[in-house]
Design a protein around this ligand. Structure first.
Ligand code: NDP
Length: 480
């Protein structure tokens, strides 16, 4: 047994090795060292996890439990997470170089995901439709079955909890496959679920690669729902695989968010959020404001301030409390982001600040690009890194056209003090979420998801209820 930390699968109430004993290395991208190992899931391990969740759904207490009792069990898990905030955050920081304060913030949001959906399923049991014909109709939302959830590495715990929480709250059983880059915090979550007393198989954690571990889940006809967050390319594979057994899918995919700053914006606020939108989490956010549009009249002042704020971000060890910005999540991802930065000048763009760091770290500094043609790769494609391409615009109509000219449509931001313009432009933007004078704020009751290559379906509040349940209509004659 090695001295490295080990993250097994959580299957049927126990933490286990893979059937064949296979393991893979888990990296710390800041130190560039292997710090742990995780169980390398095979098709056989996936099958074992599905059989366990199937049994827990078909024969176990969880789907049959009262709503209050189920809510209480999930709140107990949330309590345990709160008691282990530092441990959960430490795992995400070690695993993907997210600054520790941001990782703690993610844990708090993950806890809230569980608490929100625990209460939501308790309080939103169905709807009543009195009928003029002398009948009475009502709806019920019963659990759908076994949920396969596949989550990415950019918000390891938070994205996983966003899927697990509604799935189990609505009485389903769930198998989560975290990204192979970030297995740690989700495995600890699985351990905490056992400590909280969730019955075996209600939450199984399957570690391993997208294929075969992830693809063995999505293609198995014992799975009733597939929820996935990741790249648009993989999303298409996941959808095709789920289609072989007609499992509904919810896909949250990539983005190329437009961030629009009008001449009448509150500049302090707009600069603050422009920095957050592209440099938080080193830009590894599907919602990133990676295409920034600045109205001509404020270009010089805004760009000075934006550049200054980007250069002022403290870069360093993610565990140092002063650090606001750190390394990218893996060597592979660093290579990808660096290749985009290297394409910029070849394609006619100018790097105003930032670029690939030459220290040997997997670090791309907060990077701002101007003068890149609208056909440039860095402008058109999702980079998923701290790279912001800025363009000047003159009119409202022009910027709406520019913002909507993308295959993606996850989100957009706009900054203006003009109330009519705020509503008008928000309504015209082709995106699942539009933030006005802010970014990243969520109300979990609202729909979340994207248009076009950014995804299929919506989650959040009753939208999650639709996806994670089998709604049923019951019609009863009242008058004879
Ligand atoms: P992927 O889309 O490949 O991975 C996301 C998740 O899907 C991971 O858990 C992955 O596992 C799993 N997966 C991969 N292939 C399959 C498959 N055939 N069946 C089932 N599950 C699968 O993203 P990457 O991590 O490779 O990142 C590539 C790019 O995707 C990024 O550069 C970024 O542009 C985008 N991305 C977008 C995210 C978003 O929030 N919308 C999140 C992450 C990435 P494994 O990690 O083991 O391969």
């Amino acid at each position: 047994m090695s001295e490295l930390d080990f993250f097994g699968h959580i299957i049927d109430g126990a933490e286990v090795e893979s059937v064949d004993g296979g393991r893979f290395d888990v990296w710390n991208p800041w130190t560039q060292e292997v710090w742990a190992q995780a169980a390398l899931g095979s098709a056989e391990d996936a099958s074992r996890a599905i059989a366990s969740s199937r049994k827990a759904f078909d024969d176990g207490p969880w789907p049959r439990m009262g709503r209050v009792e189920r809510a209480n069990a999930i709140h107990k898990l949330a309590d345990l997470m709160e008691a282990r905030v530092d441990d959960l955050a430490r795992l995400d920081t070690t695993n993907m170089a997210k600054p520790f304060a941001q990782a703690k913030h993610d844990v708090a949001r993950s806890v809230w995901n569980f608490r929100f959906f625990a209460d939501h399923q308790r309080d939103n049991v169905g709807e009543v439709y009195p009928m003029d014909s002398g009948h009475h109709s009502y709806s019920e939302f019963g659990p759908a079955g076994v949920v396969a959830a596949i989550s990415p590495w950019n918000f390891p715990l938070m994205m996983a909890s966003w899927k697990i929480a509604p799935a189990i709250a609505w009485g389903n059983t769930c198998i989560i496959k975290p990204s192979e880059d970030t297995p740690a915090s989700v495995t600890l979550l699985g351990r905490l679920a056992l400590e909280a007393g969730l019955p075996p198989g209600v939450l199984n954690v399957l570690n391993g690669h997208g294929a075969p571990a992830g693809s063995s889940l999505t293609g198995d006809d014992r799975v009733d729902r597939v929820t996935f967050t990741g790249s648009s390319v993989t999303g298409k594979h996941v959808m095709a695989s789920a289609a072989t057994h007609l499992a509904p899918v919810s896909l949250e995919l990539g983005g190329k968010g437009a961030n629009i700053v009008f001449g009448d914006a509150d500049l302090d606020n707009a600069v603050y959020w422009a920095v957050e939108a592209i440099f938080r989490n080193s830009g590894q956010i599907c919602l990133a404001g990676s295409r920034l549009f600045v109205q001509a009249g404020i270009w010089d002042e805004f760009m000075d301030r934006f550049k200054g704020a980007a250069e002022a971000l403290t870069i360093g060890d993610p565990f140092d409390p002063a650090t606001r910005f750190s390394a990218l999540a893996s060597r592979k991802h660093f290579d990808k982001v660096a290749s985009y930065v290297e394409s910029v000048e070849l394609e006619g763009g100018k790097i105003l600040t930032g670029g690939v760091d030459d220290s040997g770290k997997w670090l791309v500094r907060p990077t701002i690009i101007a003068d890149l043609p609208l056909t440039g790769r860095a402008y058109c494609e999702e980079i998923f890194g701290p790279v912001c391409v800025v363009n000047k615009f003159e009119s409202e109509g022009e910027v709406v056209r520019l913002a909507n000219d993308t295959r993606y449509g996850l989100n957009a931001m706009l900054f203006t003090e003009n109330l009519s313009r705020a509503h008008r432009v928000a309504s015209k933007l082709r995106a699942g979420t539009v933030w006005v004078n802010c970014f990243f704020i969520r109300d979990l009751r609202t729909p979340f998801g994207g248009v076009g290559d950014s995804g299929v379906g919506r989650e959040g509040g009753n939208f999650s209820r639709e996806f994670f349940t089998e709604p049923k209509a019951i019609v009863m004659q009242i008058d004879r």
